[in-house]
Write a protein that binds this ligand. Structure first.
Ligand code: ADP
Ligand code: MG
Length: 596
């Protein structure tokens, strides 16, 4: 008897689904692309729980009749190519005809669709790839595809889904990429009932501003260069706005988002001598090229690209970005070989932060007294204990100074109260102080962790029972590469049988926080241009502080409120959190008086 047999169709589809559908964001990408291919000019994306519960795309495109609606879920069913020559002329987003079949194989799908001219549309329900119902339905022209309970029948995949927050970030990335590539189409994104983006049809620069804010527009210069082979256009960042972290950097080839370390290095070469080390400018660069010259078929999710003349593209890209930067800097005329030391350095981040409503005195510093050393204490052990007043004379002295007890003699309790479980409110000599509890604690932790790291690794607590966390193979590879870094952060872990075995976590943290932390790190390591050295360390510390800090929404006893205030105000920079956002606002008595 033959040992070889054909896979049942549903199983074959599930396996194919593994390639196309990795997480909610992959579904988002496929559905948005189908809507664009259908000629829609208004597309709505509705998501629940980061896409784990629902991903729905509603378009006003050409729609499908009953037969096409059924056909669209068949594997290799596509209206977009019919011969192998077509492959080299492809201008649509999709062409493999496997997205809908793959998505349907691992979820519950409900499609409503109506072509122009038809009175009624079609409602089609599928469960795990099998048609579970079909009926005529009144529906607007166009198509709505709702994908529910992704991976409901593949528990091994479902459990790899990350927190709704992390999945939502991937969804948002995907949405932004598609929206940036198609400014002439209106897009809306709704998450858990909240409108995240409503983007009207616009010009390319406006679209960038609608997504990333007006400020972004002011930081860009236009790029436009054309040869017979390729046209490169778009926007690139003025050098002084380059960020320490890789941020908004996008390449699109024929309106398709692509990742390319190669193209990125061409852009970075154009900035040579204009940027301090390890700074990354934003850029939004579009390539228009005859599809014959590219191979977009080398990866199932199609974010990688190969040009048949890579060398020309590289040089042209570098030259056009340089040209754009040179044109913008009219005044001294940029000499590209200029000494980097002569280039104006970017202002420190905190200098640009403004609190919109309440004026913050920029010179306000409760610790003009330089003797007030930064407060360091051992991380909280598993049973939280709080240092007594006597343990921290500096803080109390400082607090008292701030709160108005002149000589420290009057040991009265400082009045504090928590507002909205989010802010700590107290009075000072200068006025009313409103402190953001999460950011304040994040700042305190960041500072403490940073000092601890300077003397070695972060203190760790051994877990009684090691935690075993499962990840996808790609993620395991990333973790393996970064085990040492995790060790420095107090996470003692090893990779075993494709899992991460965690034996110790940072002393101040709890297991679920560290699980989220690792997920967060993975999301960043998966980016194509990883951080290195100091940048990576800073990022890891900051994220650890973020994940382990007291959250908004937690009720704090008065004692803890006071302690947090004391620790915050003892920091060398207490006004801003490490990412430059204000930790508190001070409303002066004068400002209040003026309101009456
Ligand atoms: P591909 O996009 O690679 O052709 P898909 O599985 O994504 O494959 O879609 C299969 C077919 O279903 C498409 O070729 C198209 O004809 C049809 N289709 C899918 N989504 C839509 C939509 N939103 N509007 C109209 N037709 C659609
Ligand atoms: Mg498609």
């Amino acid at each position: 008897m033959s040992r070889i047999h054909l896979l049942p169709e549903t199983l074959a589809n599930q396996i194919a689904a593994g390639e196309v559908v990795q997480r909610p964001a992959s579904v988002v990408k496929e559905l948005l692309e189908n809507a664009i291919d259908a000629g829609a000019d208004d597309i709505k994306l509705i998501v629940k729980d980061g896409g784990k519960t629902l991903i729905q795309v509603v378009d006003n495109g050409i729609g499908m009749d009953e037969v096409d609606a059924r056909m669209s879920f068949e594997r290799h069913a596509t209206s977009k190519i019919s011969s192998s020559e077509d492959l080299f002329r492809i201008m649509t987003k999709g062409f493999r005809g496997e997205a809908l079949a793959s998505i349907a194989a691992v979820s519950h799908v409900e499609m409503r669709t109506r072509p122009e001219g038809a009175d009624l549309g079609t409602l089609l329900r599928l469960e795990g790839g099998k048609v579970a119902g079909q009926e005529p339905v009144a529906t607007p022209q166009g198509t709505s595809v709702a994908v529910k309970n992704l991976f409901f029948n593949v528990p091994a995949r479902r459990k790899f889904l990350k927190s709704a927050q992390v999945e939502m970030r991937h969804v948002t990335d995907e949405f932004q990429r598609v929206a940036l590539a198609h400014p002439e189409i209106a897009f809306t994104l709704i998450h858990n009932g909240n409108e995240i983006y409503r983007l009207p049809a616009a010009k390319s620069l406006q679209r960038i501003e609608h997504i990333f804010g007006r400020k972004m527009g002011e930081r860009l210069v236009p790029v436009d260069e054309q040869t017979d082979y390729v046209r490169i256009h778009g926007y690139t960042g003025k050098p002084e706005f380059a960020k320490q972290r890789r941020g908004e950097q996008f390449f699109f080839v024929n309106r398709r988002f692509v990742k390319s370390g190669y193209l990125h290095s061409a852009v970075m070469q154009a900035y040579e001598g204009l940027l301090p080390e390890k700074r990354y400018p934003p850029y939004f660069l579009f390539f228009e090229i005859d599809p014959e010259h590219i191979d977009i078929n080398i990866h199932p999710t199609k974010t990688e690209i190969k040009f048949d003349d890579e060398y020309t593209v590289y040089n042209l890209l570098r030259a056009s970005v340089r040209h754009a930067l040179g044109k913008f800097d009219q005044m001294p005329g940029i000499d590209f070989d200029v000494d980097p030391g002569l280039i104006p350095q970017r202002k420190p981040e905190t200098g640009r932060v403004h609190s919109p409503q309440v004026k913050v005195d920029p010179d306000f510093n409760p610790f003009r007294d330089e003797n007030a050393a930064p407060f360091l204490r051992e991380p909280r052990a598993q049973t939280p204990s709080h240092p007594s007043r006597d343990d921290m004379p500096d803080q109390w002295q400082a607090l008292q100074e701030l709160f108005g007890a002149e000589d420290g003699g009057a040991q009265q309790e400082t009045p504090v109260f928590q507002w909205q479980r989010k802010y700590i409110v107290t009075q000072t000599r200068e006025g009313l102080l409103i402190v953001h509890q999460h950011r304040a604690h994040k700042s305190v932790l960041y500072h403490r962790l940073q000092s601890q790291l300077q003397t070695g690794e972060l203190p760790a607590q051994q877990l009684m029972f090691p935690e075993v966390w499962e990840y996808l193979p790609d993620e395991i590879r990333l973790l393996e590469k970064n085990l040492e870094k995790l060790g420095e952060m107090g996470i003692d872990a090893r990779v075993e049988n494709g899992t991460l075995v965690v034996q110790a976590i940072p002393a101040h943290a709890q297991v679920p926080q560290i699980k989220e932390y690792v997920e967060e790190l993975l999301a960043y390591w998966a980016e194509d241009i990883p951080l290195e050295g100091d940048q990576l360390e800073k990022f890891m510390l900051l994220t650890l502080a973020e994940k382990t800090a007291i959250r908004s929404g937690r009720e704090l006893p008065a004692r803890e409120q006071q302690q947090l205030l004391a620790e915050l105000l003892a920091l060398p920079e207490s006004r801003f959190d490490p990412s430059g956002k204000p930790n508190f606002v001070l409303i002066s008595t004068d400002q209040i008086d003026r309101q009456f």
